[in-house]
Structure formats: C-alpha cells, structure tokens
Write a protein that binds this ligand. Structure first.
Ligand SMILES: NC(=O)c1ccc[n+]([C@@H]2O[C@H](COP(=O)([O-])OP(=O)(O)OC[C@H]3O[C@@H](n4cnc5c(N)ncnc54)[C@H](OP(=O)(O)O)[C@@H]3O)[C@@H](O)[C@H]2O)c1
Length: 268
C-alpha cells in the first residue's frame, strides 16, 4: 500500500487530506503537536478505511522534533512515503509592528523551514523509487499579501519554492504541486474569531472540496492547484506572464535537455 505523510493532519485541510488519501487506500502518517487529537483522528481512519495509521506528534517549529519527522521520511526500515503533504502552518494575527519577533520566527520555522527540510528529506527516496508526490499548501495570500505578520510572505515563498522543486523533478516520475486555497472553512478562522463566509459564497470552500480539486490537479500533472473559480480566475491572470516566461525558457533550453547530465565521478 502507498503511504502518505501529512503535517497538520488533526484538523481542517490536513484532516481532509488524511480522509481522502485514507479512503483511496493510503497508509497514513499523521503529524501535528497535539497527540490526543492525532490519536483520535487515527482511530477514525483505521475504522473507516482499514489502513495502517502512525501518529507522529511533533512541533515543526522545534528543530529536534522536525528532525524526527525527517527521519521518518528517510528511514529505510519503515514503509517509504509516497505522498508528502506539507500542510501545517501558523498565522500570527497581529499587526507586524506589534507582533513579537519570536511569533514571527515561529511562522517562518513552520511555514518555510519545515516545508524546505521535509521536502529535502523526502525527495531523494522518491526519485530513487521513480515515483512520489509532494504537495505544499500555500495560500492565495501568497499572491496578494494582506497587512499583518510574515504569513503571506511565507506563502509566497512556498509558491516559488514549489515551482523550483517541480521544475527540478521533471522526468523523475516525482511530482511537486503547490495548493493555493482562498478561504476554507476550518478551525483556523474559529480560533482567530474571524467571521466564516456563508454557505454558497464563492469566496469560501469546504476542506473536502479543496482537497478533491488538489488531488485531481496533481493527477492531471499540474504543479499549481487553485480551487474555486474566483481564485482560479485571479491567479490565472497573475500567472500569465510567468507561464509565458516558462514556455520561452523551455524553448530556449530544448538543446540542453538532450545532453546527458554532467556528473563528476571521483577517479580511482
Ligand atoms: N483555512 C483557510 O482559509 C486557509 C486559506 C489558505 C491557506 N490555508 C492553509 O491551509 C493549511 C491548513 O490550514 P487550516 O485552516 O486547515 O489550519 P488549522 O485548522 O489551523 O489546522 C492546522 C493544523 O496544523 C497543526 N499545527 C499547527 N502548528 C503546528 C506546529 N508548530 N507543528 C506541527 N503541527 C502544527 C495543527 O495541529 P496542532 O495544533 O495539534 O499542532 C492542525 O492540525 C495551512 O497551510 C494554511 O496556511 C488555509
């Protein structure tokens, strides 16, 4: 059975990824800080889908805990991870000038450093096996940063980073995709006391529909998924210049891809 490791898997979008991938027959590794909530989710997935579920309680802002998740991704004695979903993120709901530096640094540690280090741990094994996928959860805020903390900047980084990784994985059988949701009805909004949009609003989506759209885009070979027609239209326009540049770069670099890669091998 394929295995999926999902960060922030206890609630919201991460829980929806776990439900959908579990329903498709993936064994699951669930990562978040609160072990009790993870264990409750794991029991539900085992009962509903009959898959194996591991619980890995870890604070991704903590380098030692992050290293435990990296080790799970690289351990040759455990089932290899075929799908990595970098979903966990934090958002400081304070104006930049009032936010404590430590809070902003935690945003960067969870939203940027963990995405970088877990992707870096997972990808070599996936390339070796000739298959796999990394889904990095970004945000529409990465395109249009609102005022506030370092959250939107961290999501802009996720978008650019995933572009880089997807390009460097061409021809390996491994895919990378950035999921760019707009507004999703999750606990995040309840926790921060923000109003959640009414049912039927085109600006708000449910976690399950966002995940379904994301996995459909992954299977179509896309490297960016923007669920919802409002967000898809805006991002489509914003992405047009970049898409044209990429097409030009591919045309200009056609000759290069036909040459064998230059590998330096130590002479004996
Ligand atoms: N909701 C939206 O409107 C929206 C819009 C655009 C993008 N997104 C993105 O979608 C993703 C999921 O958002 P969501 O709304 O589902 O969030 P959420 O409901 O707040 O859930 C966050 C999850 O991440 C875990 N988590 C938080 N801090 C962590 C840490 N330091 N280490 C490990 N796990 C941690 C939480 O569990 P513990 O507390 O137990 O650790 C929880 O499982 C995020 O990347 C977010 O930026 C959300």
């Amino acid at each position: 059975m394929p295995t999926a490791l999902i960060t922030g898997a206890s609630t919201g979008l991460g829980a929806a990824f776990a439900r959908r991938l579990g329903a498709e027959g993936h064994d699951l590794v669930l990562v978040a800080r609160n072990r009790d909530r993870l264990e409750a989710a794991a029991a539900g997935h085992r009962a509903a889908f009959g898959v194996r579920v591991e619980v890995l309680a870890a604070d991704l802002a903590d380098p030692a805990a992050r290293a435990r998740v990296e080790r799970r991704l690289t351990d040759p004695d455990l089932s290899p991870v075929d799908v990595l979903v970098n979903n966990a993120a934090v958002e400081t709901c304070t104006e930049f000038a009032q936010a404590r530096l430590g809070e902003l640094q935690t945003e960067i540690a969870v939203n940027v450093t963990a995405v970088l280090s877990l992707t870096h741990a997972a990808v070599p094994g996936m390339i070796g096996r000739g298959r796999g996928a990394v889904i990095n959860v970004a945000s529409f805020a990465g395109y249009l940063p609102p005022r506030g903390s370092a959250y939107a900047a961290s999501k802009a980084w996720v978008l650019a980073f995933t572009d880089t990784v997807a390009a460097s994985l061409t021809g390996t059988g491994v895919a990378a995709l950035a999921l760019c949701p707009g507004r999703v009805r999750t606990d995040k909004h309840v926790r921060t006391g923000r109003p959640v949009g009414r049912e039927g609003s085109p600006l708000w989506q449910d976690p399950d529909e966002v995940v379904d759209a994301c996995l459909a885009d992954l299977r179509r070979g896309r490297s960016l998924s923007t669920p919802g027609w409002v967000y898809a239209s805006v991002v489509g326009v914003l992405e047009l210049p970049r898409r044209s540049l990429r097409a030009l770069a591919r045309l200009a670099g056609r000759g290069r891809t036909s040459r064998p890669p230059a590998v330096s091998v130590a002479r004996r």
